[in-house]
Design a protein around this ligand. Structure first.
Ligand SMILES: Cc1cc2nc3c(=O)[nH]c(=O)nc-3n(C[C@H](O)[C@H](O)[C@H](O)COP(=O)(O)O)c2cc1C
Length: 342
């Protein structure tokens, strides 16, 4: 079970921290799912549960820390043991993160508004993923050329996870189309999760600002997963715009490519209610985490980033109209840097 602690990010991102629950938890789950796959263990992400019961079981102070997801790992053909008659609180002591904390009540409101209260609500939550299709490509397309199973890097997953970090500075040097293709392809094969059915469905669509990929004209693109290609929405050098959209940071301006996760929240909330918001953030975090792994497996760098929501949507018109910006990962060749921006 994974929990999120509001203050861990709220000291910096205030109420916006609510999204980081999904992003950070997803980043962590990407690593965990990759290791489970390497060990041959089935693993399924569970986002639907009765919140209050689980928080009580873990004995977290739900004013400050809440359960966000579970992962069911492995299998056992025997029936589970009967539940104990009484569940006593864990009562673990925790070390305070700071001497004082600032409370941001809107995050708790958001969490309460997306909580499930009964097993019936949990049962209704599972599956029936709302699928939003992209219109067929109308602009110029670039066919992806991912590495085959025989060609992919052979480093063990543990090594890639240890190598992984968040790039603090990118060199303005290009990556190859094969590297980009491999990251996009491998990250989007599908996630076993209670809100994704059939397996392979996804809530997010991927939009790209290509700054420097060999053989690809710089510009704005959308990824057609089913066709394994990227479609050019507008050509151009958008390094300055990428820097602005990524909250005026140098990282997205210097990166070789910026991958934006966008989703049609209306369709998602219609099907899943408010809890759909948790699912879409978590899914983006997992996909982003897989892109991190795909980057570091190929000795590239990556970093998650925050962004100006509405301006991202406006940058990809009319294609992204009606969608919301969910998450951003920048990828490129890491450059050595002494500065830490956070
Ligand atoms: C979901 C996510 C969002 C992030 N957002 C930003 C950001 O907006 N700006 C930034 O400079 N770094 C950002 N980072 C990088 C973090 O500062 C960095 O990940 C953190 O220090 C943890 O280190 P690690 O990813 O190297 O393990 C983000 C990382 C993740 C995983």
């Amino acid at each position: 079970m994974c929990t999120g602690t509001y203050w861990r990010n709220a000291w910096k991102y205030q109420n916006r921290t609510y999204r980081h629950f999904g992003w950070d938890n997803g980043t962590l789950l990407a690593n965990l799912l990759a290791v489970a796959t390497a060990l041959g263990l089935p693993a399924k992400v569970v986002c639907g549960f009765v919140d209050a019961t689980v928080n009580r079981l873990l004995d977290v102070d739900a004013q400050r820390e809440v359960t966000f997801s579970w992962v069911a790992i492995g299998y056992d053909s025997s029936l589970p043991p009967p539940p104990p008659e009484e569940v006593s609180p864990l009562g673990f002591e925790t070390v305070p993160l700071s001497r004082t904390e600032i409370d941001y009540p809107r995050m708790r409101e958001m969490h309460d508004a997306s909580s499930l209260h009964s097993p019936a609500e949990v049962a209704a939550w599972r599956g029936r993923t709302p699928l939003t299709k992209l219109p067929p490509p109308r602009g110029p397309v670039v066919q992806l050329r991912p590495l085959s199973d025989a060609e992919i890097p052979r480093d063990p997953i543990e090594q890639v996870i240890l190598r992984r970090g968040s790039s603090r500075k990118f060199a303005r040097t290009p990556i190859t189309l094969v590297q980009l293709s491999t990251m996009l392809d491998r990250a989007t094969h599908g996630i076993h999760a209670d809100f994704l059915d059939p397996m392979g469905s996804l809530l997010n669509h991927l939009y790209l600002i290509v700054n420097a990929v060999e053989g690809v004209e710089p510009g704005a693109y959308v990824f057609h997963r089913d066709r394994r290609l990227i479609e050019c929405l507008k050509p151009g050098n958008f390094r300055a715009q990428a820097g602005y959209l990524g909250l005026e940071q140098a990282l997205p301006a210097d990166a070789a490519v910026n991958i934006f996760f966008m989703a049609d929240l209306r369709a998602i909330l219609q099907r899943f209610g408010n809890r759909g918001y948790r699912a879409v953030q978590l899914e983006a975090g997992i996909l982003g985490g897989k892109i991190y792994l795909g980057a570091y497996a190929q000795h590239l760098g990556a970093t998650g980033l925050t962004f100006y929501d509405d301006d991202v949507v406006k940058f990809f018109p009319p294609h992204a109209e009606g969608k919301s910006a969910i998450f951003l990962v920048a990828v490129g060749n890491s450059a050595k840097s002494k500065t830490i921006s956070g």
